[in-house]
Design a protein around this ligand. Structure first.
Ligand code: GAP
Length: 435
């Protein structure tokens, strides 16, 4: 059964080295998190899985990696300087600040005594800093609040250099920054996070059909990587929820322990961004179709996901507790592509006689998969540790291996064990892992 309580995952993440509070030795730093040896591998796997589906397995999407720091002109044109804000209210009694749209009794410890709120004011969520040593207006730069603007400002560059034509997409994975008023729920809402975004440029008349296409195919992606369909839903935004650039948005939501929460938004951005940047930069941002002699500004359909949130959802959905040989165990039933390690090589003993063979097997498998190597503790405890971090297969090297050139493969989900010849080990694991 998936985790019912966020703490089950928070504790596992800390205990096993997935995620630590940032700067913990100084008491932690404002809802920031560091990804440890296992979390950094898993987060990378989530992003790789997205790139594989959205770029590698298609012929109509290219990948870019744009700068994080942006000039005010970019965000003036995009509308983020004037519109990217949340309504902020101050309590004159408890002196705390709240997002007006998230306000309820539960939020305020003083509310029973009666909080007195100021009128709401727009609080811009962008982080502002300065470039170079001289302060002043000309030095102001912003840390991007979404990766999307990198795709819009490079639209003409990509069009010229990639030989693509609409419908085609520009994808990007990278950090974004928002000065959230109420970060929280572990890695669900933080001020620094990673996005996986696609801007898909289409002829205006095809916008509705591509919106439908991306809603369906993005939902399927989460199911393909192991989230049960009943833990996912699509929710269409009401008109008053829409971002300043959107003519229609649907969220893919996951059933978090505290309720439904957004993993990804699929937005119809129309020609809003290209037109804004064309106007502000005085550059032509359009497509000329030589076949029809038609010149037009493409419409954009944007599936925009968060890597950290998605990782949390995969962890929550994969979490399970069962009983093996009368002993309770915790197991992460992660998709093999998402698990930090696909394989763990476990020599039964630390003795010199087994080590060279075990290391050789680790090197061979490690050329293709991320492989752990663990020679500590009793073998049963090592299996339990690998179960808890989601490793789909353990390979145990024992003294018989020296005689029969075979090793034991032990499966995470069933705990079943089978003996396999070393020279067919890679092929066997590849078949079982599915790649
Ligand atoms: N370019 C469109 C855009 O940025 P968004 O819905 O604001 O749309 C897309 O963000 C995704 O980024 C969200 O669905 C969420 O997964 C992730 N995200 C947004 N703010 C976040 C935050 N403060 N912490 C973690 N993830 C966040």
């Amino acid at each position: 059964m998936p985790a019912q309580d966020l703490d089950q995952i928070v504790n596992l993440c800390k205990r096993r080295g997935f995620v630590y509070p940032s700067g913990e030795i100084y008491g932690g730093f404002r809802s920031s998190y560091d990804y440890g040896p296992l979390g950094s591998l898993m987060l990378r796997n989530v992003k790789d899985a997205w790139v594989r589906t959205m770029v590698q397995q298609r012929d109509d999407v290219v990948l870019i990696d744009a700068a994080i720091l942006g000039s005010p002109q970019v965000f003036e044109a995009s509308g983020h300087l004037s519109n990217f804000s949340d309504p902020l209210v101050d309590c004159t009694v408890c002196k705390r600040r709240f997002r007006q749209d998230q306000l309820d009794d539960r939020d305020c410890p003083q509310s029973k005594k009666g909080c007195a709120f100021t009128d709401a004011r727009a609080f811009n969520l962008m982080f502002k800093t300065q470039a170079g040593p001289i302060e002043g207006e000309g030095a102001t730069v912003y840390m991007r609040p979404e990766t999307a603007q990198g795709m819009f400002v490079n639209f003409a560059n990509v069009l010229q250099t990639s030989r693509k034509k609409p419908p085609f997409g520009i994808a990007q994975v990278g950090k974004s920054f928002r000065n959230e008023i109420t970060p929280g729920n572990f890695i669900f809402r933080t001020r620094e996070f990673e996005q996986m975004e696609l801007e898909f440029f289409v002829p205006p008349s095809e916008s509705a059909q591509w919106y439908d296409y991306w809603c369906k195919s993005r939902l399927q992606w989460y199911i393909d990587y192991g989230i049960p369909a009943e833990m996912l839903r699509i929710r269409e935004h009401a008109k008053d929820e829409l971002s300043h650039y959107s003519a229609g948005t649907s969220d893919i939501e996951f059933k978090f322990p505290w309720g439904w929460g957004e993993l990804e938004g699929i937005a119809q951005r129309t020609d809003y961004d290209l037109k804004q940047h064309a106007e502000h930069s005085r550059q032509k941002l359009e497509y000329f179709d030589q076949a029809t002699n038609e010149r037009y500004v493409p419409y954009v359909v944007e599936p925009a996901a968060g890597a950290n949130r998605t990782m949390a959802a995969f962890l929550l959905a994969a979490y399970d507790e069962d009983v093996v040989n009368d002993e309770p165990r915790t197991v992460l039933r992660l998709h093999p592509r998402l698990a930090p390690f696909q394989i763990a090589v476990l020599p039964l003993s630390k003795k010199d006689t087994l080590m060279p063979l075990a290391k050789k097997i680790h090197a061979t498998l490690g050329a293709r998969y991320m492989c752990d190597f663990d020679e500590t503790q009793a073998i049963g405890r090592r299996y339990r540790r690998q179960d808890e971090i989601g490793t789909p297969f353990c390979v145990t090297v024992d003294f018989d291996s020296l005689e029969d050139d075979s090793v034991t493969i032990r499966e995470r989900d069933t705990t079943a064990q089978s003996r396999v010849k070393i020279d067919s080990l890679l092929a066997e694991l590849s078949q079982r892992l599915g790649y």
